[in-house]
Design a protein around this ligand. Structure first.
Ligand code: DC
Length: 222
């Protein structure tokens, strides 16, 4: 099986690029952030905030997270419920970042991710795919851009969905999440050994996709 690991900070364009590249290659696209978001939703539903002042393992014992593909679209199920439409809010973004720093949560989601890559050709996007989940991935890419570029993209994406959001809040959330994601003790966000850094700052979508496809093709054919 071929696996492409696409890591990088929030809003770098990973998911849009990964979805389009997967389509071109005929691979499945796995958005691992959605798994952490589903766990974040669970803790939020249990009445907890980002301080997570609770027995995490006990809550996880009563939690099931699964991915199913409906057409080519990934749907995440939390305790049997399709929660795709509930996990993209700013509140759940912060909850996902908080739960993702907890080792039991990372351990809880690890096997599901590895199983998907064992059984399918995948493009998997996340923070630790090349470093922890699939250290033997065929190609490892670290997609990045400045916080301001990323905040702009996220602002556009959310307002296009009809959500009422504030640019400064998004930028500040992105900076907080960058800090949390790259300073946590377990599986921090960093470039994997053998990873290729891909800066999308000055690239429009088509140019970025073009460059990414070249990186992937070169890596797969090596
Ligand atoms: O990619 P995203 O914004 O949907 O991810 C939500 C949060 O989940 C993000 O703050 C970091 C965390 N995450 C992670 O720790 N590891 C992954 N493989 C994917 C996401």
């Amino acid at each position: 099986m071929v696996s492409i690991a696409l890591d990088g900070p929030a809003g770098a364009g990973k998911s849009t690029l990964a979805r389009a590249a997967a389509e071109k290659l005929g691979y499945i696209y796995v958005d691992t952030g959605a798994l952490y978001r589903a766990v974040g939703l669970k803790f939020s539903r249990e009445g907890h905030g980002t301080e997570l002042d609770c027995d995490i393992e006990k809550i996880l014992e009563d939690t099931s997270v699964d991915i199913r593909f409906i057409g080519k679209e990934q749907h995440v199920f939390l305790d049997g419920e399709d929660v795709n439409s509930l996990i993209r809010t700013p509140e759940i973004s912060m909850m996902a970042s908080a739960v993702s720093a907890k080792p039991p949560v990372r351990a809880f989601l690890l096997e599901l991710q590895r199983k998907l890559a064992r059984e399918n050709n995948v493009i998997m996007d996340g923070r630790d795919i090349g470093t922890v989940v699939l250290p033997d991935a065929t190609v490892k890419v670290f997609v990045t851009a400045t916080p301001e570029t990323r905040a702009n993209r996220r602002y556009k994406e959310l307002t296009e969905k009809g959500m009422s959001v504030n640019y400064d809040d998004i930028l500040s959330d992105i900076k907080t999440r960058d800090y949390n994601d790259s300073h946590r003790a377990v599986a921090p966000l960093k470039v994997a050994p053998g990873g290729i850094v891909f800066d999308t700052d000055d690239l429009g979508f088509e140019a970025a996709l073009d460059s990414l496809m070249k990186i992937i093709e070169k890596g797969v054919n090596q």
